[in-house]
Design a protein around this ligand. Structure first.
Ligand code: UDP
Length: 461
């Protein structure tokens, strides 16, 4: 008595909305489609952000959200170290949560995301099989799984890196963290990757039809490689209205013609230099196309923090907002991206190629301009431009700044040109494939892959 017999999964999200969003979507699927209960544990850094609150409010019954108490980690460390230490410091609180749940719930799996392997021992101690949720693609997973062996046998990564089933990756396409093997950030990454083999499975937010060549290779069983399950695309479904910004964007889009607006957003962490912001503004204006642009204040200069929601008037070119009032809408900091991408007025997406953004664009059939900034985004851009051909590229000048003429030309090509038309056609095919992959009725590949994992979890004691 006293134990709820429905299978229960504990999930831990690394800090950052980009990690939380797909994991929450995974939790929602398990609860709504498969009758699971889920406890979704997030670190304290979220708790104060409005976007986090939306999340908690939009979770279905069956998914409980728990926030860990804040922990002290030194300032000024790189992101992987910060995330990793946050999780290490949170282990005692996590232990209390899991041990409390253990008394009342049938815990069948513990799911951590890509930097959460420090939770595996805790999970095992409670007899809960650990899994990894990899909120990126097979391209990055391939590199990740090969990295420990490459590190052992070479002084540095070759240029290009060629892996079975993957496009060759030149150094320029690689995440910065894997290029320098002497950094603390790299040591943390390697530490986690070496622990991946302890997981009972890796759940990947991608789908076979998006990366067929890589999928074939990664599905082969190899010693030390946990089974890989392709269960994506897991993307938000838009949710309910939650802030004034949201209705502002949607009302504005309602007034625009079909497929006439390019949506410009560089992710939750994307920050541009002051000069690049100016070129972006003037390029969008020059293109003459409608645009919806999510802006953040420029990269840190002289003590001012970058990437804030400071008043855009203060850093956009003079009179820009006034001049573009008829054709453009500028939104500060955060916009309801999924609802925007699903709006009939949106015909293109200038994106930083974060994996969630990429999937959202694919699911809604929106062709892209690739503007990769950090993490594995250059690899994603490579896949989108060279393999799938659903995105166009922009070229930076020698100083690293993309000029207004280049931006204007890319927008014009995407919205009106031949390449844009071809990209739109292919992304529509990708959209069809994404929908089919997730569909139960047609035995979609991702639906079946998740059903298999779910059956295993339901069967476990
Ligand atoms: N997002 C949003 N509004 C914004 C910026 C981002 O809703 O103004 C959401 C977006 O839809 C996606 C996530 O935040 O689900 C960003 O994830 P992604 O992997 O694309 O990039 P990251 O921010 O993690 O680099």
């Amino acid at each position: 008595g006293g134990v709820d017999r429905s299978p229960h999964v504990v999930m831990l999200s690394s800090p950052g909305m980009g990690h939380l969003i797909p994991l929450a979507e995974f939790a929602r699927r398990l609860a709504v489609h498969h009758g699971f209960s889920v406890t979704l544990v997030a670190t304290a850094d979220f708790a104060s952000s409005p976007s986090h609150r939306v999340f908690v409010d939009s979770l279905p019954p069956g998914v409980a959200s728990v926030t860990l108490p804040p922990v002290d980690v030194p300032d000024g460390m790189d992101i992987v170290a910060t995330i990793s230490l946050t999780i290490v410091e949170s282990l005692p609180a996590l232990r209390r949560i899991v041990s409390g749940l253990k008394r009342t719930a049938r815990l069948v799996a513990f799911v951590a995301d890509l930097f959460g392997t420090d939770t595996f021992d805790l999970a095992s101690e409670f007899g809960i099989p650990p899994f990894i949720f990899f909120a990126s693609n097979l391209f990055l997973l391939s590199l990740s799984l090969h990295l420990p062996a490459l590190h052992e046998t070479m002084p540095r990564l070759p240029d290009p890196v060629t892996l079975p089933g993957c496009l060759p990756m030149h150094w320029a396409d690689l995440p910065i963290v894997v290029k320098d093997w002497t950094t603390e950030e790299f040591m943390w990454l390697l530490y986690h990757l070496k622990r991946y083999e302890k997981a009972e499975g890796i759940l990947v937010n991608s789908f076979q039809e998006m990366e067929p060549e890589t999928a074939v290779v990664l599905k082969e069983k190899k010693p030390g490689q946990p089974p890989i399950h392709l269960i994506g695309p897991l993307v938000q479904n838009g949710g309910s209205s939650w802030n004034p910004e949201e209705s502002l964007c949607l009302k504005w889009l309602d007034e625009q013609p079909d497929a006439s607006v390019v949506y410009v957003s560089l992710g939750s962490l994307g920050v541009l230099s002051r000069e690049q912001i100016k070129e972006m503004a003037l390029g969008l204006e020059m293109s003459g196309h409608g645009f919806l642009w999510v802006v953040k204040s420029p990269a840190a200069e002289e003590g001012a923090a970058g990437g804030s929601n400071a008043d855009p008037e203060s850093y956009l070119p003079e009179c820009f907002l006034e001049r573009t009032k008829g054709t453009g809408l500028v939104v500060s900091f955060w916009a309801p991206q999924v609802r925007i991408l699903s709006h009939r007025a949106v015909g293109g997406f200038l994106t930083h190629c974060g994996w969630s953004s990429t999937l959202e664009s694919a699911v809604h059939g929106v062709p892209m301009i690739a503007w990769p900034l950090y993490a594995e985004q250059r690899m994603n851009a490579l896949m989108l431009v060279d393999r799938l051909k659903v995105a166009l590229r922009v070229k930076a000048g020698e100083d690293g700044v993309v000029r207004r003429e280049e931006i204007s030309a890319a927008v014009a090509e995407l919205m009106d040109g031949e390449e844009g038309r071809a990209a739109r056609e292919r992304v529509t095919q990708l959209q069809v494939a994404a929908t089919a992959a997730a569909a139960a009725a047609v035995g979609g590949t991702s639906y079946e892959a998740l059903a298999e994992v779910v059956a295993k979890w339901k069967d476990s004691s």
